[in-house]
Design a protein around this ligand. Structure first.
Ligand code: NAD
Length: 433
């Protein structure tokens, strides 16, 4: 099939590359000229495992191309995906300006029947908005159908998630269009859920809000564990093995972040209030999450007798391992707060430092974890990159000024760390008095 994808961010680029890899002819369009220029030279705009290889393979096979010309891309395609950003507004609502601009551009470009598929995460009812905007601009005698096909991929595992999703949700306004989308996705051989457009839009928010609530739930259990002497790692193992609950998204830590959970929970809450059906459970999940990063700082303040003038080694900046994305990163929130409190931060992240430099030029960026620990009063693990789990404690102790570890991701065994002569503070487990 001929496909256009509007928006070459994490979702659009991965979607375009995967559809091309499945044998379709794909043009990815972005208004960001520099991004398109770089992609034409096979330079990726962000780090995502396996993406560069897949993009290169499909560009070389001439199944994947990049352009800033929405008109041409739309005209030559049967299916047009919208995968632009939907950031949060100040009031928690969703800024739909990129979606609206895409819809207007599609409306101006269409010349014959098109299926427009919205992959961006958008509040329930946005399908109708997109349809209305396209109707306003398109020729009267041309039919356009608007589908909601929310994306569930996660950064860091985006390619494998897109190739092997748990389910594909198709919110279709007609049987004809549902069949076309089923045909497109059939190569993946995964379960497909066909719904109304509005249900599909809601499925995305309900899924993300549920996962975010699960994280906040276990974080509040962790906080109680600290007061009661229980250990959250033992508790989550015991709880998560219950198949009704499951162990995924049940890790205590410094709270969820990233470009989706924070904004999507706020957006769902905003919509629920708008419809007079406030989701207080989501509101509480958000509240817990906002406090969670600062609990680690409070532990450090107490243990070190204040943070002013202290040097803190920060391991990790991205919101999770496997990505260089810093959007709403809890790790970054902690680093920013440490700086506010007068600490000097020396940080190491294997992927996110280049993106962080313009945001926080005051951080001392280091070449590796040991350099971040050198001369530090304390070390904080903020993103659970795999190789942080294998650091040598004797070597860390040798280079650090004082032997304190604040493990924001519970990646270490407290006994091992203590046996190496450190004072250890984790989340939801026994800390030094
Ligand atoms: P992003 O910000 O990384 O990328 C959006 C891209 O759209 C940018 O490159 C921007 O230049 C481009 N763009 C904006 N307006 C445009 C226009 N009018 N014409 C052409 N290009 C335009 O966003 P993202 O992280 O890929 O997210 C896209 C959507 O998918 C959001 O709604 C997000 O909530 C959702 N989503 C994201 C993820 C994720 O992990 N990032 C996962 C699932 C769903």
């Amino acid at each position: 099939m001929n496909i256009a994808v509007i928006g070459v961010g994490y979702v659009g680029l991965v979607t375009g590359a995967v559809f091309a890899d499945l044998g379709n002819m794909v043009i990815c369009v972005d208004s960001h000229e520099d991004r398109i220029e770089k992609l034409r030279k096979l330079e990726m705009p962000f780090y995502e495992p396996g993406l560069e290889e897949m993009v290169t393979r499909n560009v070389e096979a001439k199944r994947l191309a990049f352009s800033t010309d929405t008109d041409t891309a739309v005209r030559r395609s049967e299916i047009v995906f919208i995968a632009v950003g939907t950031p949060a507004q100040e009031d928690g609502g969703t800024d739909l300006s990129q979606v609206e601009a895409s819809a207007a551009a599609i409306g101006r470009a269409v010349n014959d029947y098109k299926i427009v598929v919205n992959k961006s995460t958008v509040p329930v009812g946005t399908g109708d908005l997109v349809k209305n905007i396209i109707e306003r601009f398109k020729p009267k005698d041309v039919e356009v159908e608007v589908v909601s096909n929310p994306e569930f991929l996660a950064e860091g595992t985006a390619i494998s998630d897109a190739l092997s999703p748990d389910r594909i949700v198709i919110g279709a306004p007609s049987k004809r269009v549902a069949m076309k989308l089923i045909e497109l996705y059939s190569a993946l051989e995964k379960p497909m859920v066909v719904t109304s457009v509005r249900s599909a839009e809601m499925i995305k928010y309900a899924s993300n809000a549920f996962l975010a609530t699960k994280i906040s739930f276990i974080n509040s259990v962790a906080n109680l564990c600290e007061k009661t002497g229980a250990d959250i790692e033992e508790v989550t193992r015991g709880v998560g093995l219950d198949e009704r609950i499951g162990s995924r998204f049940l890790r205590a830590g410094i709270g969820y972040g990233g470009s989706c959970f924070p904004k999507d929970t706020e957006s769902l809450l905003y919509v629920s209030r708008k419809f007079g059906e406030e989701m207080t459970l989501v509101s509480e999940a958000i509240r817990i999450n906002k406090q969670q990063p600062y609990r680690l700082i409070e532990k450090a303040e107490k243990a070190l007798g204040g943070l002013k003038g202290k040097t803190i080694g920060a391991l990790g900046l991205s919101f999770k391992p496997g990505t260089d994305d810093l959007r709403d990163s809890s790790a970054l929130a902690i680093v920013a707060r440490l700086i506010e409190l007068g600490a000097r931060v020396q940080a190491y992240d294997p992927m996110a430092m280049e993106k962080c430099k313009p945001l926080h030029p005051e951080i001392n960026y280091c070449d590796d974890a040991y350099a971040a620990a050198a001369g530090a009063d304390a070390l904080m693990t903020l993103t659970e990159w795999n190789h942080f789990k294998q650091l040598s404690f004797p070597r860390l102790k040798e280079v650090m000024k004082s032997a304190f570890i604040f493990d924001g991701r519970n990646i270490y065994n407290p006994d091992t760390v203590r046996a190496a002569g450190f004072k250890y503070y984790g989340i939801g487990r026994e800390s030094e008095g």
